[in-house]
Ligand binder design. Sequence first.
Ligand code: CP
Ligand code: NVA
Length: 324
Amino acid sequence: MRHFISLFDISQQELHAILSLAEQVKTLLAEGRRPAWLARQMLALLFEKPSLRTRVSFEAGMTQLGGTVTFLGQEVGWQSRETTADFVRVIAQYADYLVCRAKSHVTVQDLASFDCIPIINGLTDVAHPCQALADLLTMQQFCGSTAGKQVTFVGDGNNVARSLALICAMVGMRFRLLGPQDYFMSDEAVGAILQRYPNADIVQSVDAAQALGGADFLYTDVWTSMGQEAEEANRRAAFAPFQVNEQLVSHAAPGCRILHCLPAHRGDEITDAVIDSPNSVVVEQAGNRMHAQKGLLIWMALQHGQLTASELENEGLQLPVGTS
Ligand code: CP
Ligand code: NVA
């Protein structure tokens, strides 16, 4: 059974397949076509933390594909009413896929370990792979081929940064992280990427001119992620010199596009002037969450025999290599 806990779970070819499917269903939607490829299938959404984009983009995407969703919040008593084993084996009787947003990455790995329903990571403290799919789709939208391009992530070496660094390695993009040294991605995290993708080009720096020179994209995220609220004062002090404002952006080329996974804390990690500037593509990026996840769901349905290649081809889809 295939799971999507991190981008390490898929190959480069499979990543290209998911992105190709995403682009194609995005084009179909723009033409007013919503083939019901996942009709009568159900996606369960199990969330331990708040969400707007991840929740609603999965709900909308699944609906457009003819399927349905059920949202499981605190009221289901996950991790309090019964064991994870009982919980996930029961969910697997009803639903076809399970998206989980968890406080701890281990929780999502535990769900997958039962191998009874495909698990998709909807954000953990370690990774946000669905976000990275949308980020890549967005960067492709604005620069065509991403190979040889550069994204500079400004801020915390967090879940979003790690998944972005990994997806960059998978497609031959340079990844730079600009921020305080104490919050760089760990050697272990970077080492894992380099072990799988030895040509990955990852540099972490405290020097804005160095990190932003050559950037095609500037990406930022909150200084304090969900679950880190107790560290907020220390983080605010450490990250303040790296606020993405007009002065910081001046180190990048004039056409450098601005990305943010959102939600943004305007006035902290990014100013209104930058996030609302003509170079900002944050709304398109958020929109792409849905298209990217539709590509992922279609790819997963193919992997699990819930959908056949001919059903896609009948609607004119080109089946990319890596779909089977
Ligand atoms: N970017 C993102 O994952 O947003 P939500 O937390 O609103 O889902
Ligand atoms: N790094 C942020 C991303 C939110 C989408 C967090 O984990 O809270």
